[in-house]
Design a protein around this ligand. Structure first.
Ligand code: R5P
Length: 278
């Protein structure tokens, strides 16, 4: 039984052919959140799909899990396509909270199984007390990228190179990575690295585009070195402050999946979830 989380409405709609239950969600005048299951889940194996960005969807997820448990679901699978706080996977300063662990521990109290997609750090899986798995949308993004006849896939940093390798190898396109140094939350520096892009069509793939700073820096490097076309793709398009519009002015195309729904969600992960979970 698919439980259609309000944080993943577009994606859940693409899975509408499965037996499903809607969730009513509203916000009270004081900002508190209310959710209600609109069907009977008693004795059912339930699969909740709910991305947790922005914060209200995180709270909704916890409340829905509680409601599923309270209303007698036989088993609960929590699918969180975009797992927010995934970049907070360690205490960066003494006394700091490991936010992604706090969420994992809470999900583990209610759910029997957990899935996410292109988690920023696979180490997060270790925070769960239940079986937890990370799926990858890189194959789907790679297939979509073929529309642009790429000569090269690039990761904007070393941390993303395994993801890009997976994408590139799935469609037989060469790949490489750049070297990124983060200066602060919205400024990054990409160091020149000896990647030959002259006259090439390049697709840069990342897990997350947030402010767009990483992509913009990478694109500048590539255009400086004579790339013919540069495309930006990611799994999770947060596009803070309308950064997708800014990116569109520089890139030949900007695309993401529907783990978070926006106008650039050109790739759906529905087939991946169907194949793996249902
Ligand atoms: C960081 O390591 C991630 O993989 C992304 O590169 C990063 O979150 C993108 O953020 P922004 O778009 O703000 O540069």
């Amino acid at each position: 039984m698919l439980i259609k989380g309000p944080g993943s409405r577009g994606l859940c709609k693409r899975l509408d052919d499965l037996e499903n239950i809607e969730v009513e969600a509203k916000v009270f005048p004081d900002g508190e959140i209310y959710v209600r299951l609109e069907g009977d889940v008693s004795g059912e194996d339930c699969v909740l799909i709910q991305s947790t960005y922005p914060n209200k969807h995180l709270i909704e997820m916890l409340f829905i899990l509680d409601a599923l448990n309270e209303n007698g679901a036989s088993s609960i699978t929590a699918v969180v396509p975009y797992y927010s706080y995934s970049r907070q996977d360690k205490a960066f300063k003494e006394g700091g909270c490991v936010s992604s662990r706090a969420i994992a521990k809470t999900i583990s109290l209610y759910a029997d199984t957990f899935f996410s997609v292109d988690l920023h750090s696979k180490g997060i899986l270790e925070f769960f007390d239940i079986p937890a798995e990370n799926l990858s949308a890189m194959g789907l993004l790679a297939e979509h990228s073929l529309l642009h006849e790429p000569d090269l896939f690039l990761s904007p940093d070393e941390g993303g190179k395994e993801r890009v390798k997976l994408a590139a190898e799935s469609v037989g396109v060469p790949w490489d990575y750049l070297e990124k140094h983060r200066i602060d939350g919205s400024t990054v520096e990409i160091k020149p690295k000896n990647v030959d892009v002259e006259g090439k069509k390049v697709v840069i793939l990342d897990d997350i585009i947030s402010t767009g700073g990483t992509m913009m820096e990478a694109a500048n490097q590539l255009f400086d070195r004579g790339a013919e076309e540069v495309h930006a793709g990611c799994t999770h398009g947060l596009f803070i402050g309308g950064s997708n519009k800014r990116l569109e002015q520089h890139f030949d195309s900007v695309f993401c999946t529907d783990t978070l729904e926006c106008k650039n969600s050109e790739v759906t992960i529905a087939p991946l979830l169907k194949k793996t979970i249902f």
